[in-house]
Design a protein around this ligand. Structure first.
Ligand SMILES: O=C(CO)[C@@H](O)[C@@H](O)COP(=O)(O)O
Length: 230
């Protein structure tokens, strides 16, 4: 993919986030990696979506060095690149402050699998990361946010549940492309809203039976397929 094509793909994905009402003001960001180029394209920091142009998308390497743009990359860039370095199968990352997923993050609670809608996209709970230590925050908040996320997936396939909520912050999602990462952000927000309403209707609601979870997840994904791949 050329630099221009990569920037265009990430521009369109960021605008889809905005069209889906998952972001307010300048919050959130989407990126995509081209592993052959060794480059990540990401939304510039602080740019309103209605002012954003494809040529504004910033290209960085996996050491977070800007290689093409006059603008600053998103303040969450180190989190995105940390995920690309540790999750080989992913091609796109999305970060939002979508209302319901952020409420679960602020409550510092994982989202239990209450139903088959959830089970179709995430195997088991949608994890909330552990609270970061003061030392981690002092070291590098954005990089350590990535560490908290990858710690949740130690030894686990990240595509089994391509969505996570960062305690006290907000959600991150990923996929094989920026577009798929955005789709997972849309799905996460809907699952988070359903789960909140489920809890409100019945506080002691238990999780979906494991057998049903297994059936739905495997039917949708199979052992080697990811969502949307035959
Ligand atoms: O998470 C946050 C701030 O808490 C960021 O995603 C949000 O403000 C967007 O920052 P950028 O404009 O991408 O630097």
């Amino acid at each position: 993919m050329s630099h221009t094509e990569l920037k265009r793909a990430v521009y369109e994905a960021n605008m889809e986030l905005h069209r889906r009402n998952l972001v307010v003001h300048t919050w959130g960001n989407v990126s995509q990696i081209d592993r052959a180029l060794g480059l990540v394209a990401i939304k510039p920091s602080g740019v309103a979506y209605d002012k954003l142009r494809a040529e504004d998308i910033v290209l960085v390497d996996l050491d977070n060095q800007v290689v093409d743009s006059a603008l600053r990359p998103s303040s969450d860039t180190k989190t995105h690149t940390h995920l690309y370095r540790h999750f080989d199968a992913i091609g796109g990352v999305t970060h939002t402050h979508s209302t319901y997923a952020t409420a679960w993050a602020q409550a510092q609670q994982s989202i239990p699998c209450y139903g088959t809608t959830h089970a179709d996209y995430a195997y088991g709970d949608i994890a909330c990361t552990a609270i970061m230590s003061d030392a981690q925050i002092a070291r590098d908040y954005e990089e350590e946010t990535g560490v908290q996320i990858t710690d949740c997936y130690a030894g686990r396939d990240p595509m089994e549940a391509p969505m996570v909520i960062v305690a006290g912050h907000a959600p991150f999602t990923w996929g094989r492309s920026a577009d798929e990462a955005v789709m997972h952000a849309v799905i996460l927000e809907e699952i988070a809203r359903m789960a909140y309403l489920t809890r409100t209707l019945r506080a002691d609601t238990g999780p979906l039976k494991q057998a049903i979870t297994d059936k739905h997840y495997l039917r949708k994904h199979g052992k080697d397929a990811y969502y949307g791949q035959k």
